[in-house]
Design a protein around this ligand. Structure first.
Ligand code: IVH
Length: 666
């Protein structure tokens, strides 16, 4: 089979696997076999760019960097919808329709109102050619590379029923599962979590790096079709056509004959909508017949043939019984309001985070205040205000503590940060427990058989007081503790032993240095190779590492200047934990590459990667990990990632083959 046919075959096969997976929830192939097909296709496209197909699944993994998004004019303005909040307003809408469509019968289509960001997708000759944000309704941003990562959106439509040129619109969203996963990672790093899935979605679709967008598994529901030729007469037929041909249409819509049916739909979905993969804040009611839509027409801002009904953003009010202050793994102090239990949107709320000292001040919280609580787009309940009419005279305002509520240690607030921190890192109980829990997790030392409850117990009993003491555990340590059989103890000890071979990059992440997440840990290991080197690094050396800025550098310096941390590291070393990663010995050979920076990518014939790196450094050059406009050369081996190549091309970076590199060297 020739190369071009093989590429076509791969595109077809992979697209079929993707469709089965994303549309029918069916896995027809193992992850590994799938990755191999993708890799083969990526390589062939890289070597034969002219044969690359527009609907190639490689576009889904992103890789394009967009510095500034082009502004484009919408062919049809992106309008908004009129809102209603109650039955009376809805009945008035129905009356207005009847006044225009005198004596005609008509139907409504009810849909859920999805809470994300409006997106528009342009198709020409069956191909997705542009993805655009709403912008100001007249002009939006071209975010094509980012929308192509939405796996449920077809890149190509081969169907005669669709006109040559058309547009579909829908709501792009971050599924709640992705939102929660990203926030878990942020919290693990000690970073502030994203506020809600809607903000997260609008931030994500405007990211410069589409590969990062791809990693967030964004999704979309399509709800309209536009164009100069429309191949159907009713909105219902439009939705059916779109779903038949693989567009993601939420199957929650319903045709209604009367306003009473619309009210029943509203009631039906009030509860059920809590089980969807995204937030919804209401329903949208649309006239079904396109001819009738046209006759009803538009106001300057919105169609007269449709309206939104917003579910009341659920508000409860209850009394603050007390304010407690939680201490996180990195010492950050979060005020939490303990509330008189109250029912709100399907759950009983007993506590609500007040975030930080600024928020206590903004709300002007006093003891025994009656507060309003909302759930809205935020999944976590939020205090939105105080009922001042109910405040008792003489009530005391809450004052943020000056000492840590857990260990009485000093609290500090770094410049520019909203959070207070307890600086007593190595002796504050919740910080220590949090640090041990962080240390044993899968992405860190992966001590599988040691769970959070065991850690709590061992800490309470004074058996494990820091991460290093995990390595002093033996059978006797569990003596007299309830619930530990010979077998479970030996499993724990085995997984502790196994963790001694976990690579240094995971150990570094596991240390729980504030702001050093898994990716930053990797960058630091590439730059410094060992904990000793990292501990000796100066501020300037730290910020010279890609992606390390002022905040992270200061946090690292602070960590290593703490004698208790130094002692813990000494004990980890004694326990033979990996505190370095192998590096190639470098002897200075020449100066031909002085002042030049290199990125290495791919596989080489004459060198292992580390050897090549050593060669560059030995001749005075510098190796960095990411491509930027300041880079001098990209040394490209076989099988290098297409994303890197594209970025280098965009930034006009010189690309060297292995041969060309050897020439430069000599
Ligand atoms: S139809 C003329 N259908 O609500 C506008 N919009 O306020 C026609 N939205 O910007 C829009 N779910 O982002 C429509 N099922 C749905 C929707 C929906 C959410 C959003 C959309 C639009 C906003 C209108």
């Amino acid at each position: 089979m020739d190369i071009q046919s093989r590429m076509h075959e791969l595109v077809k096969q992979i697209n079929q696997f993707n469709d089965a997976y994303y549309q029918n929830n069916e896995s027809l192939i193992s992850d590994q076999a799938f990755d191999e097909l993708m890799l083969e296709l990526q390589q062939l496209e890289l070597q034969n760019p002219l044969f690359a197909l527009p609907d190639s699944p490689t576009q889904r993994v992103g890789g394009t960097i967009t510095k500034t998004f082009q502004s484009v004019t919408h062919q049809f303005p992106m309008l908004s919808l009129g809102n209603t909040y109650n039955e009376v307003d809805l009945r008035e809408f129905d009356e207005r329709i009847r006044k225009v469509l005198v004596d005609e019968s008509f139907e409504y289509i009810c849909e859920l109102k999805f809470d994300g960001v409006a997106l528009s997708f342009w198709y020409e000759n069956g191909q997705l050619i542009k993805g655009v944000t709403r912008g100001d309704g007249t002009r939006g941003d071209d975010i094509t590379a980012n929308v192509k990562t939405i796996r449920s959106i077809p890149l190509q439509i081969n169907n005669k029923q669709f006109p040559n040129s058309f547009e579909v619109r829908g709501e792009g969203f971050m599924p709640i599962t992705s939102f929660e996963k990203i926030n878990e990672e942020k919290i693990a790093k000690g970073d502030a979590p994203l506020a809600n899935p809607r903000n997260a979605a609008s931030g994500t679709f405007k990211m410069q790096d589409s590969a990062e967008v791809a990693r967030r598994y964004m999704d979309c529901y399509i709800y309209s079709f536009l164009g100069n030729e429309i191949p159907f007469q009713t909105h219902e037929d439009g939705l059916l056509l779109l779903s038949q041909h693989g567009f993601p249409v939420s199957q929650t819509w319903k045709k209604c004959q009367h306003i009473e049916d619309v009210l029943a739909y509203i009631t039906e979905w009030d509860e059920k909508r809590n089980n969807l993969p995204l937030n919804t804040d209401g329903i949208v009611i649309k006239i079904n017949d396109l001819g009738q839509q046209e006759r009803l027409g538009y106001t300057a801002k919105s169609p007269r043939w449709a309206i939104a009904y917003k579910y009341p953003s659920e508000i409860a009010h209850t009394k603050i019984e007390s304010l407690s202050y939680q201490v996180g793994r990195t010492g950050n102090i979060t005020p939490v309001a303990n509330l008189q239990p109250v029912y709100l949107a399907g759950t009983v709320i007993k506590r609500a985070s007040v975030h930080n000292a600024n928020e206590i001040q903004r709300l002007d919280l006093h003891e025994n205040d009656i507060v309003f609580i909302e759930k809205g787009g935020e999944i976590i309940p939020k205090i939105t205000g105080v009922d001042l009419t109910k405040r008792k005279s003489g009530a005391q305002a809450f004052i943020f503590p000056s000492k840590c509520p857990e260990c009485d240690g000093e609290l500090i607030r770094l410049e520019g940060e909203a959070n207070h921190y307890c600086i007593n890192e190595t002796a504050c109980p919740p910080q220590i427990k949090g640090k041990i829990e962080h240390f044993i997790q899968r992405k860190a030392l992966n001590i599988e058989n040691l769970g959070v409850e065991t850690i709590d117990l061992l800490f309470e009993k004074g058996i494990v007081k820091n991460i290093a003491e995990i390595y002093q555990l033996n059978e006797l340590s569990f003596w007299g503790l309830e619930g530990f059989q010979q077998k479970s103890i030996s499993n724990i000890l085995q997984s502790i032993e196994k963790s001694k071979s976990i690579p240094f990059r995971q150990v570094l992440f596991g240390l729980g240095i504030r702001h050093v997440g898994a990716t930053i840990a990797e960058k630091l290991v590439l730059a410094f190779h060992s904990l000793d080197k990292l501990a000796e690094a100066t501020y300037d050396e730290l910020i010279a590492v890609p992606e390390i800025g002022d905040r992270i550098a200061l946090s690292i310096l602070d960590y290593f200047s703490n004698p208790s941390q130094v002692e813990i590291i000494r004990q980890l070393r004694e326990a033979h934990i990996q505190l370095s990663e192998e590096i190639v010995e470098i002897v200075l050979e020449g100066e031909s590459l002085v002042g030049k920076t290199f990125v290495i990518s791919g596989v080489f014939e004459n060198f292992e990667r580390e050897e090549l790196k050593a060669k560059i450094i030995a001749n005075g050059g510098k190796v960095v990990s990411s491509i930027s406009s300041k880079l001098d050369y990209l040394v490209a081996g076989n099988n290098m990632g297409p994303a890197k190549l594209e970025k280098a091309n965009q930034l006009n970076i010189k690309i060297l083959s292995e041969e060309a590199f050897l020439k430069l060297l000599s």
